[in-house]
Write a protein that binds this ligand. Structure first.
Ligand code: FAD
Length: 372
């Protein structure tokens, strides 16, 4: 089977890799460079805690693949299962965490509850005022700068054609396949997979499928290196958005942080999101509650990235509802990094076998048909 994958972020490159592994002839068309959309901007959190329940089977599938990534792709993409801790500072958030932990247990997510003494013994320096925390030991982080290119290179080794800096002019459905005309030539295939991220709804609209999506940019920052090593990714359970920060320390010592500040609006053309400096003070206040030592280091860079947020905060994944042979996987609403390898594997399974062992029903594209 021939498949054109449109968009070379994490979703497109992972799909290209798993499609090629299943024997498809794949052409991946990316209008910029591989991995330079939302993927490169990501915080790099490999987190299952806090996900919508219906996303957990896909998140588990993805976590298993992150664990094999180095062997599978032939390079270290810096996946480290260092654990994910979410600190708790008030009784309401403790009740929320316990309710979530109970709800997710049948879905295969086991959260440990830590008391203050365990937090300070196991993770010194974190949340001195925390009254509890959840801990998910198998989660962690990976390097967003490496993963898409690693998937693309591995796909290329399996025979996939990776076409970068190709402006797509026209997509035509011929009745039995697709023709994609681009600045780098024309491509034809039986199937088309739309992995165009925040731009994915534009592709879907060409086939009469409307998706309520908003392009926004979460705000991120990084400090100069700190000597102490904080192993887990750190977040918070809170109902107050202004406290909702998260951080991780990379192996070189820098603290990467995000959250708390409003996501900036992003324009699809040219597709960049610029961090708002006014949000930084708010972010640092929220991060300091999790890690007081942040007050002693300088922030050396801030950034954002253009991500597609769908109205119900769930992605679109699966078959087109209008066009045979068309598939979608876009709109990951700020939490697609963890899901990436699982999305690629699941989409390849769906395209090549017409079934998918992971339930994707909640992500179908026609769920917005009423009252869009
Ligand atoms: C600042 C930030 C922090 C984040 N942090 C996390 C995190 O910690 N954990 C987590 O799970 N998720 C996180 N996310 C979300 C995660 O990064 C995204 O959900 C994920 O990377 C989306 O991948 P994608 O391949 O769908 O999109 P993208 O990486 O944006 O890739 C889409 C690609 O399609 C290309 N394209 C668009 N239109 C066309 C066209 N017509 N023809 C050809 N190519 C086209 C684009 O150029 C782009 O390269 C974060 C996102 C941002 C922005």
């Amino acid at each position: 089977m021939d498949v054109i994958v449109l968009g070379g972020g994490l979703m497109g490159t992972a799909s290209a890799y798993f499609l090629a592994r299943r024997g498809a002839r794949v052409t991946l068309v990316e209008r910029n460079r591989i991995g330079t959309g939302a993927t490169v901007a990501s915080f790099g959190n490999i987190r299952r805690t806090g996900r919508h329940l219906s996303q957990l089977p896909l998140a588990h599938r993805s976590l298993r693949l992150w664990g094999k990534a180095e062997r599978m792709l032939g390079r270290d993409v810096e996946f480290r299962a260092t654990g994910h801790i979410r600190l708790i500072f008030d009784e309401g958030s403790l009740a929320d965490m316990r309710a979530y932990a109970q709800a997710t247990r049948p879905w295969g997510l086991d959260l440990e509850e830590l008391r203050p003494r365990e937090i300070s013994a196991r993770f010194p320096g974190l949340g001195p005022e925390a009254i509890a925390a959840s801990f998910s030991p198998q989660d962690g982080s990976a390097n967003p700068r490496l993963i898409a290119r690693a998937f693309a290179e591995a796909a290329r080794k399996l025979g996939a054609e990776i076409v970068e800096e190709a402006e797509v002019d026209k997509i035509t459905y011929t009745g039995c396949g697709f023709l994609v005309a681009s600045s780098k030539g024309a491509f034809a295939a039986d199937c088309l997979l739309n992995t165009a991220g925040a731009w994915g709804a534009r592709i879907a609209a060409q086939f009469g499928e409307e998706v309520p999506i908003d392009a926004r940019g979460p705000q991120m920052g990084v400090t100069e290196p700190l000597p102490n090593r904080i192993l887990p990714v750190v977040g918070i359970w809170t109902r107050n958005k202004e406290h909702g920060a998260y951080l991780r320390q990379v192996e070189r010592g820098n603290i990467v942080f995000g959250g708390a500040a409003e996501r900036v609006s992003a324009s699809l053309d040219p597709g960049h999101a610029v961090a708002d400096p006014m949000g930084l003070a708010l972010q640092l206040r929220a991060v300091a509650r999790l890690l007081p030592a942040i007050a002693r280091v300088a922030v050396i860079r801030t950034w954002s990235g253009c991500e597609g947020y769908i109205r119900d905060m769930l992605p679109v994944m699966g078959r087109s509802a209008t066009t045979p042979g068309l598939f979608h996987a876009f709109g990951f609403s700020g939490h697609g990094f963890q899901l990436g390898p699982g999305v690629g594997d699941a989409m390849a399974e769906l395209i090549m076998t017409d079934r998918c062992e992971t339930p994707l029903g909640d992500f179908r594209i026609d769920r917005f048909n009423q009252g869009i």
